[in-house]
Ligand binder design. Structure first.
Ligand code: AMP
Length: 121
């Protein structure tokens, strides 16, 4: 499967559709999920064209990997849900159909702002 340039997050990265930005740097863009499942529901996406975590794992540079992982922490701090603030959150990424992925551009969901409960079935 090749990367679909028409997916909704590719359009967001190109600035073609509106979004509610939380943070941006050379490696990532973060914005609020349009349909929040918890009090805080943010998305963190790499700027590179990666379909999912497997694609990223196989093809991203070490710099991009560090940028994404560190970016998640930066976003958590900005949202006030990081561990250094005594809080916490769930970071989750869905991979392909079996994993429930709908948008084929790698994204991490960050759920927080409340006790997010047990993992969904
Ligand atoms: P997934 O099922 O893991 O692919 O998650 C896709 C997520 O993208 C869902 O939680 C959607 O609510 C969210 N989403 C879809 N379109 C937009 C958009 N335009 N802006 C922000 N979030 C979106």
């Amino acid at each position: 499967m090749s990367y679909d340039d028409d997916n909704i997050f590719a359009k967001i990265l190109r600035g073609e559709i509106p979004y509610n930005k939380i943070y941006e740097d050379d490696f990532i863009l973060s914005f609020h999920d349009i349909n929040p499942q918890k009090k805080i529901h943010a998305l963190v996406i790499p700027k590179g064209k990666y379909i999912d975590l497997d694609d990223f794992s196989l093809n991203a540079s070490s710099e991009e990997m560090v940028g994404l992982i560190k970016g998640i922490n930066i976003v958590a701090k900005k949202l006030g849900i990081s561990t250094d603030l005594g809080k916490g959150y769930r970071a989750l990424t869905n991979v392909n159909d079996d994993g429930g992925q709908e948008v084929p551009h790698l994204h991490f969901h960050l759920f927080g702002g409340e006790k997010v409960g047990k993992m969904v079935a």
